[in-house]
Design a protein around this ligand. Structure first.
Ligand code: GLC
Length: 478
């Protein structure tokens, strides 16, 4: 099969969130199964010189953005059996931030058009075009017509993956003709129109031949107004072409036995001394008292409401009354950042607020902490709980989306499970789950080790999930 994977960010080239990790690790898994895989993304300013040096310039051409002809250059880089195409247009992509510009709609309408133009220009035609989130949501919409215009695309099928339904790409009616280059017939409730706006994600859910989301539980949750941010009706009406497939992680990269960034490598057979060294290194790195005996609770996350930080702040003082240390790493809403900075002042040596984005420090945290707190109000999949488990850090999570699918709750009678969970988005329930985890840590080392072991040996590779995607592709082409 020829598979084209389109995403607005792809690790390790450029990343703001979990989408990049998926776009960086699923395509190589598809390629490893023997398929021709191309990944296409914008050539942002933030893609470093080291990568640019490895790219080859292929060609340039014009792309239509409604009535305008706009430049597009294509650079190629081959890595891990995957061909990456970087689409170059400095007007749109030579900017410090990936998203959040006044013309985002135009930038990604351009990108979506450019993706379909590129395959023709380079004479490499995909059987499957796999698109991700609102930034590439127009591709399945455009493909509906392009299939008739370009004979080599007539058999191509589109798959659209929802990584987070909260971000939909909603714009005023006026973008339709002048920016999207679509006529008024697209502005109806069975296409792009949604409550009077143009809604790109809705268009993709309707136009794509198949829709997936990143965990089975999130697929079910999306039928519920609480999770669907206005799109529950659209989802319910198309249930038969929607499926949830749990993301994997790059288990070669996130391997405690080999990761160079951590103080001491360790394996599941003998984790204790390694974890100990990593814990001391973490405490040293973030200004916590060096104490091997108190459990370190960690959060690595964007500090925003839907990640559950409202609840964390509500019970922070109760948490700190326990004999624990806590480290929070991430940036986000100002009032959460402030609350954690205050906690650091209030609990010196016991609470550490690392208000920054740092991949390097996050690995030190995953490896050195004892408990990983991820109380998301909603979480389509979540990757950090899986990474934490790989490093023997026991997760404490709310039972939602991929957290529910990857963190099986501890059963105190059988000893089974991988972590601690709670059902309702309620601060008291969060506190109790955390308290149970802290209790087990201090009262039953053996049972706690069993939980660590269960997490470290869980299968979070892409193998099974990549197989599920390939099954869907094959069915669509049949
Ligand atoms: C989004 C979701 C997150 C998911 C990731 C990758 O960032 O919020 O839950 O893990 O996409 O699919």
């Amino acid at each position: 099969m020829n598979i084209l994977f389109a995403a607005s960010e792809v690790a390790p080239f450029i990343k703001t969130g979990g989408l990049a990790d998926v776009a960086g690790s699923l395509p190589p898994a598809l390629a490893a199964a023997g398929h021709q895989v191309h990944v296409v993304l914008p050539l942002y300013e933030g893609i470093g010189e080291d990568w640019r040096r490895q790219m080859t310039f292929l060609k340039y051409f014009d792309v239509s953005v409604a009535w305008r002809q706009v430049y597009c250059g294509v650079f190629e880089l081959v890595r891990d059996g995957v061909t990456y195409w970087f689409l170059d247009n400095e007007t749109y992509f030579k900017r410090a931030q990936l998203y959040g510009h006044f013309d985002d709609c135009e930038r990604f309408a351009y990108f979506s058009r450019a993706v379909l133009e590129t395959v023709g220009q380079l004479n490499w035609y995909p059987d499957i075009i796999h698109c991700n989130d609102w930034q590439t949501a127009l591709i399945p919409v455009y493909l509906m017509e392009e299939r008739y215009r370009i004979p080599q695309l007539s058999h191509a099928r589109s798959v659209f993956t929802i990584h987070n339904i909260e971000y939909q790409g909603r714009y005023g009616r006026d973008v339709l003709e002048d920016i999207l280059g679509l006529n008024a017939s697209y502005f109806n409730e069975d296409m792009l129109e949604h409550f009077g706006d143009v809604n790109l994600m809705k268009g993709a859910i309707i136009a794509a031949d198949f829709v997936t989301t990143v965990s089975p539980t999130y697929a079910r949750e999306l039928r519920d107004p609480f999770y669907a941010h206005g799109l529950d009706g659209v989802i319910c009406a198309r249930e038969s072409k929607i499926r949830g497939i749990l993301n994997g992680i790059d288990t070669k990269l996130y391997d405690p036995a080999t990761m160079p960034a951590i103080a001491r490598n360790f394996t599941v057979r003998a984790p204790v001394t390694g974890k100990k060294a990593c814990k001391a290194a973490l405490q040293g790195a973030v200004g916590l008292n060096e104490n091997p005996n108190v459990p370190v609770i960690a959060c690595v996350s964007r500090l925003v409401g839907h990640k559950g930080f409202g609840m964390v702040v509500d019970v922070l003082d109760r948490i700190m009354e326990l004999d624990v240390q806590m480290v929070v790493l991430g940036t986000g809403d100002w009032h959460f950042e402030e609350a954690f900075r205050n906690a650091q002042r209030q609990y010196p040596g016991r609470f550490s607020a690392q208000i920054m984005y740092s991949a390097a420090l996050s690995n030190v945290v995953y490896a050195g902490a004892d408990l990983f707190l991820m109380p998301s109000v909603s979480e389509p999949c979540g990757l950090s709980q899986m990474i934490a488990m790989r490093f023997g850090t026991v997760p404490v999570v709310r039972e939602t989306g991929g957290l529910r699918d990857s963190v099986h709750p501890y059963n105190q009678y059988t000893g089974e499970g991988r972590g601690f969970t709670f059902a309702n988005a309620d601060p008291a329930d969060l506190f109790h789950a955390l308290q149970r985890a802290v209790d087990l840590y201090s009262s039953d080392k053996k049972a706690f080790r069993a939980l660590q072991k269960a997490g470290m040996t869980a299968d979070f590779t892409w193998k099974n999930s990549a197989g599920e995607y390939l099954d869907i592709y094959a069915q669509l082409l049949n």
